[in-house]
Write a protein that binds this ligand. Structure first.
Ligand code: ATP
Ligand code: LTN
Length: 337
């Protein structure tokens, strides 16, 4: 059975969106729009796998929706909605957690990173998180999943879950979705530590550029970003052992659409005293129109809610019949839904 191409992806409203989310995910989501059917989800049920203050979660969810809209997601072209508004996610998440194996979960590096030394004390949801993510994707029979590099393992696990479901029940029901990891910024690193990815839940605000940061804040964070004293080499090969420097060049290239080698060639021999202000200028040039649109959208939260509820209705219309079929395949008597 071949499935029509459909894109699904999600971002957690676990904080304000970062430049990493924008370059690695959101900007790609906008590019895919119009080419195939696109379904984008604010995954609040994933966000609560770690503690979220309720009032802040509500604010962050609306703010993430504003970021999507400000970045160019058009609710007429894409389905944009909140995960908890569509019951198919939690329901199929449970069903797929009965397909996935504990041994598979134990290999997930994001769980190991997030749980740290505290693996016994984290929520059961954090552990089961990848089964819910598989449900997000498979409830839409999505074929392609644009994500940053860090999510590759979870999409591969989704393929394993889909394949086991199909095999165990002797069906060709779920597609095996492909991760789509494209561009020069699939893993934007922290501004404070070139070995960690930029993350919205990093305790250090200086480690990231937020989509809500104003021009001065962006310039200041870039100025203070950790680097080294050497000048830039003529190509990326010369940055092999300089992760912080490599990160800033990659960010510059992703923002301007140039090849990283071309950026190196242009700044060859110059130090970060010259490069950082140039980077700040291109970052502000790309981000400030988005920030301005986000602020305008956030002035009318009722309108954001209206867009999200309309999106949820459309999402439900796709996902509910697929999950009903999955229930029937698994042997549940057809109910009212
Ligand atoms: P958290 O810190 O709460 O885990 P996060 O900032 O890592 O959040 P997610 O919501 O988990 O962001 O990720 C949303 C999307 O953004 C995913 O596709 C993910 O791969 C991508 N992404 C996240 N961080 C980066 C990054 N630093 N570089 C590139 N892509 C990223
Ligand atoms: N696990 C992802 C967020 C996420 C997602 C998804 C991404 C949840 N469900 C479905 C793509 C498709 C993360 O932590 N970035």
């Amino acid at each position: 059975m071949t499935h029509a191409p459909r894109i699904f992806s999600g971002i957690q409203p676990s904080g304000g969106l970062t430049l990493g989310n924008y370059l690695g995910a959101l900007r790609r989501f906008v590019e895919k729009q119009g080419q195939v059917e696109t379904v984008y989800c604010l995954v609040d049920l994933h966000a609560i796998t770690v503690w979220q203050d309720p009032a802040r979660l509500r604010h962050q969810t609306r703010e993430a929706a504003a970021a999507f809209l400000a970045a160019g997601i058009d609710p007429a072209q894409s389905i944009l909605f909140v995960q908890s508004h569509v019951p198919a996610h939690a329901e199929l998440g449970w069903m797929l957690s009965c397909v996935a194996r504990v041994g598979w979960m134990n290999r997930m590096t994001q769980f190991k990173d997030k749980a740290g030394k505290n693996a016994e004390a984290v929520s059961l949801g954090l552990y089961a998180y990848p089964a819910l993510m598989a449900a997000d994707i498979l409830a839409y029979q999505a074929t392609h999943v644009p994500v940053g590099e860090d999510q590759k393992q979870h999409v591969e696990l989704t393929r394993d879950i889909a394949a086991k479901f199909n095999h165990d029940y002797g069906v060709e029901f779920f597609p095996l979705p492909e991760p789509v990891i494209e561009g020069t910024a699939t893993r934007v690193m922290s501004l404070r530590d070139g070995s960690r990815k930029m993350s919205k839940s990093d305790p250090s605000d200086a480690s990231r550029i937020n989509l809500t940061d104003d021009a001065d804040t962006i310039a200041q964070k870039i100025r203070k970003a950790r680097t080294d004293a050497d000048p830039l080499p003529g190509s990326m090969a010369g940055l092999k052992d300089r992760p912080e420097a490599r990160n800033l060049v990659n960010i510059y290239a992703a923002l301007t659409g140039e090849a990283p080698d071309a950026v190196c060639a242009r700044f060859e021999g110059q130090g970060f005293g010259a490069f950082k202000p140039a980077l700040a200028e291109v970052a502000v040039g790309v981000l400030s129109p988005i920030t301005t649109r986000m602020n305008a959208l956030m002035a009318d939260p009722a309108e954001i809610d209206r867009i999200l509820l309309a999106g949820a209705e459309r999402a439900d219309a796709v996902a509910a019949p697929i999950v009903a079929d999955a229930r029937e395949i698994m042997g549940m008597i057809r109910g009212a839904r």
